[in-house]
Design a protein around this ligand. Structure first.
Ligand code: ATP
Length: 888
């Protein structure tokens, strides 16, 4: 039996990491997971071509006669068979690496594999398990350490980096920080409040991520997703004492898009374009891994050939512990792709990273430390002078030393000036609006240690790297170094890559300046680099100069991993009143918490399926309006006739009226008196008929205002369709008879909010077709609606009107995607009634309601059962995935 085994299983080192900050070389932990055959594969009677021999070995059965005679085995750190549950995959393949972050060590967990092999299925659960364990661990240690957890998320879609926590789809730039490596500019970072907050952010990422349907996977991820958790901590014991016992590390959870063959996925148009970008970045990743696995002989490593490898640079060979989970389908039709995945995995397990504990220094501690070093050196000099008789040239030597000391003092002064400057800029920035808060990230000033420069050196080496299109495991000379079978695949992939190359240039033209100083840290904007750009080289020279250590400071710099961070001083650890887990190195309890494997993660782990964005259509049921039923049954929500994505399916007011009036039909029309009694009982906040106290128009006006504000806030929280909000807002202006509608709306929204908040406890609202309304689907639908509204602007508004709106709403006339920016601002300030009113009137215009007052009256007169619109598609205003019919 052949064995393609580099080293057998590698031991996973303890996550303690020590406290000294010394770097440890460690190989990437690589495991393989086989998913079960899916329905399609079973239907096609595909045989299983892979066997897991034991915990470390997977064997290719090789049942086809035309293949070579012997089965082939591959050995990895761990191998998981079809039946293995995800919590075990997490426990044995990722947990220890992921949790290193609590001890100040950067960590990364990747899922790699072909499309539909189970990457997202595995990674979403592994991410949630990891976050939960980190969260629990941190809480358990809260009496000893104080900490801050920060969450961010991005996706790389068609070679553009997007912030998954922001609705703004403008691509983010990558910057080179000499100390921190590649930094994503303006990436949103949320400080975590509690576990619920984590879950909400995960849902938001899921909703925002680009997915699409291919013939191999209904919910294929079309982008690489990186979820990032930064853990900063400080020993309580040392808080306020200028201690250097603060740690800062980052955990990355990476769900890569799947490699795919256009012929198998049967993609065309946009999907094909996505596939090309996916293949291109995965090819670069494969090349990087293959070269890294060869060590020094691997030659130039093309990190800069894709955004993915640039962002993951330090996880692949830098300061991080890394685990890769490779996923595979066992089916015969995917044998070639599965073999490629295993070859990738074989290379990956040869790669070493060099993780260390990241100790953070406060400004004061840093200055104090440098002063101490200076004193020590001076006293050493004095002792030397006293013990050994001065040589003849002692005077000259002493002078030399004096000059050196003076130089060092000047350097120290310079450093302190830089720090002061940075502090004042930081204060300025903090004073600025929230939008600019990403820049604050740059206030993590670091001294440029020689040891810390490896990343920056690498980018200097790599700046002139050409684009590589070689196959996953292909040598520079074009030969496959492991198997010649890859040639065909390689050609296919290259074809995919080339097809996009001519139409979609990778690097957009840049116009801004090439270098930036942000918060005193020199930052080079890589995107703007062009091979022989003088300014770029000049910046390099300046940086090199800065990096040159003088003999006196070298020792002091080397003695610690120095990193100055305002955010790690005691005062800033207050944003989360949870404490931490060790006082100092001695007290450190580095044992990881026992994870409760039976813990139920309701959202993703076992059985987790991603929901696709609703593409709702009318069920043809004309009585699709709201109805209020008196039974106290389990709440269910059904949606009538909804189409969300068609731009032309603009709703009309009477749809809304239909919903509202149906309530009236049910409750009022038949027997006004008895209906009033029912309403009085069920909606006590509205003005009860015949009750002089509550009939007071004044008190009703106040109550109306209050309820409306509540509704507006809930609309925002539940991501309700803007068109729905607009119609509601324009229709109900405070007439006492409106009270029932307000009550119904409030109840529906409260119910929806509850189900979004506790979706594991409250049964979810459901659509007529049986699908569910979720926070995720609502966010997605709202995003689409905003896009649709932005497209409407050019049709429904004159260019003067649009320009006036830009100016009024603070949108720079030369900025990109101005219409989209405007549509994102609509209904965004929930506490500002003027803003709400203006938003409503813009939307009314966009959807064709040019004379709101007139239209409202007319619409009240329309038939309740009339559904609109031109064309065969029926639609209503609940485009935000919101409800049309609710039984309370
Ligand atoms: N271990 C598993 N057990 C049961 N079902 C699984 C497993 N792995 C994946 N699946 C199912 O297979 C399908 C495809 O999985 P998934 O979307 O995670 O693939 P993927 O590798 O992320 O694909 P893509 O790269 O196209 O996004 C899903 O329906 C998922 O539920």
């Amino acid at each position: 039996m052949d064995s393609i085994d580099g080293r057998g299983s590698s031991s996973i080192e303890g996550s303690g990491g020590g406290g000294g900050g010394g770097a440890k070389d460690e190989r990437i932990v690589v495991s393989v997971r086989l998913r079960p055959l899916n329905d399609k594969e079973i239907y096609n009677r595909e045989p299983c071509e892979w066997d897991c021999m034991n915990d470390n070995t997977i064997v290719f059965r090789n049942s086809l006669p035309e293949r070579s005679m012997f089965p082939v085995s591959y050995t990895f750190d761990r191998v998981f068979g079809c039946e293995c549950p995800t919590w075990r995959v997490y426990d044995e393949a990722a947990r220890e690496v992921a949790l290193s972050v609590v001890n100040g060590i950067n960590s990364s967990v990747f899922a790699y594999g072909q499309t539909s092999s189970g990457k997202t299925y595995t990674m979403s659960a592994v991410t949630e398990y990891s976050l939960k364990d980190i969260y629990d661990h941190v809480q358990n240690k809260s009496d000893k350490r104080e900490f801050v957890l920060k969450f961010s998320a991005m996706e790389i879609y068609n070679e553009a980096v997007r912030d998954l926590l922001s609705h703004d789809t403008t691509p983010l730039r990558l910057l080179d920080d000499p100390d921190r490596g590649t930094v994503v500019d303006r990436l949103t970072e949320e400080t975590l409040k509690d576990w619920n907050h984590v879950k909400q952010l995960l849902s938001l990422c899921e909703a925002q991520r680009q997915i699409g349907e291919t013939s191999l996977n209904e919910t294929s991820s079309r982008s690489h997703q990186i979820i990032r958790l930064t853990v900063e901590s400080s020993a309580r014991h040392f808080l306020g004492k200028n201690s250097s016992n603060s740690l800062c590390a980052t955990a990355n959870f990476v769900d890569l898009a799947g490699s795919e063959r256009a012929s198998q996925t049967m993609t065309a148009g946009a999907r094909l374009k996505e596939g090309c970008h996916i293949n291109r970045s995965l090819l670069t990743l494969g090349t990087v891994i293959r070269k890294l696995s060869k060590g020094r002989s691997g030659g130039h490593i093309p990190y800069r050939d894709s955004k993915l490898t640039r962002i993951l640079h330090s996880s692949l060979d830098g300061n991080a512990r890394t685990a890769i989970i490779c996923t595979m389908s066992p089916a015969r039709s995917y044998v070639e792709q599965s073999r490629k995945t295993l070859l990738f995995a074989s290379c990956a397990k040869e790669v070493t990273t060099s993780a260390r504990v990241n100790v953070v220094m406060s400004d004061k501690a840093l200055v104090k430390h440098l002063q101490k070093e200076l004193e020590k050196l001076e006293s050493q000099l004095r002792i030397q002078q006293q013990t050994s008789p001065p040589p003849a040239h002692a005077d000259a030597l002493l002078k030399e030393k004096d000059v050196l000391i003076q130089k060092m003092e000047t350097e120290m002064k310079h450093l302190m000036q830089q720090r002061d400057l940075a502090q004042s800029r930081l204060q300025d920035l903090v004073g600025c609006n929230d939008h600019d808060r990403h820049d604050i990230g740059f206030s993590l000033l670091k001294i440029n240690l020689p040891e810390q420069q490896s990343a920056s050196r690498n980018w200097v080496e790599n700046i002139s790297s050409p684009l590589y299109f070689d196959g996953l495991l292909q040598d520079d000379d074009g030969k496959d170094d492991i198997t010649s079978d890859n040639n065909e695949e390689f050609e296919n992939l290259c074809r995919d890559v080339k097809c996009i190359e001519s139409t979609f240039p990778l690097i957009p033209p840049q116009s801004e300046e090439d270098t930036k100083h942000i918060m005193g840290v020199q930052v080079i904007e890589e995107d703007k680099y062009s091979g022989n750009d003088d300014s770029y080289l000049a910046v390099q020279l300046v940086q090199k100069k800065l990096d040159e250590p003088s003999p006196l400071t070298l020792r002091s710099r080397r003695s610690v991993m120095t990193r100055r961070s305002k955010s790690c001083t005691s005062s800033t650890f207050s944003s989360m009143s949870l404490s931490s887990w060790f006082v100092d190195d001695k007290d450190a309890d580095n044992t990881l918490p026992e994870r409760n494997c039976s813990e139920d993660f309701s959202q993703r782990p076992e059985g987790f399926t991603r929901r696709r964005a609703q593409n709702l259509t009318f069920g043809g049921e004309s009585s699709a309006a709201l109805s209020v039923e008196v039974e106290e049954s389990q709440p269910t929500i059904t949606v009538p006739n909804i189409t969300s994505t068609e731009e032309d399916n603009i709703v009309e007011l009477h749809d809304f009226v239909t919903g509202m009036k149906d309530v009236a039909n049910t409750q009022m029309v038949v027997d006004k008196k008895s209906a009033n009694e029912v309403i009085g009982e069920r909606f006590p906040r509205g003005p009860k008929q015949g009750n002089p106290a509550t009939e007071s128009s004044e008190s009703w006006a106040i109550e109306f205002e209050k309820q409306l504000q509540e509704i507006i806030a809930l609309w925002h929280e539940c991501h309700v369709s803007l068109i729905h909000r607009t119609y509601f807002f324009l229709l109900f202006k405070g007439d006492p008879s409106d009270s029932i509608y307000l009550e119904v709306e409030l109840r529906r929204l409260s119910f929806l909010k509850r189900s979004f908040d506790h979706n594991e406890k409250v049964s979810k609202p459901t659509f007529d077709d049986g699908s569910t309304v979720t926070l995720v689907s609502s966010i997605r639908e709202l995003r689409r609606e905003r896009e649709m509204l932005s497209k409407k602007m050019t049709k429904m508004l004159s260019s003067e009107e649009i320009e006036t709106l830009y100016q009024k709403w603070g949108i720079a006339l030369n900025s990109k995607q101005r219409r989209l920016q405007l549509s994102r601002l609509l209904w965004s300030k929930t506490g500002d009634l003027n803003h709400v009113r203006e938003s409503a009137s813009i939307i009314a215009k966009l959807v064709g309601l040019l004379e709101p007052g007139k239209a409202l009256k007319e619409m009240f007169g329309l038939s309740l059962l009339t559904f609109q619109k031109s064309g065969s598609k029926r639609t209503n205003y609940f485009e935000g995935g919101f409800i049309g019919k609710l039984c309370i």
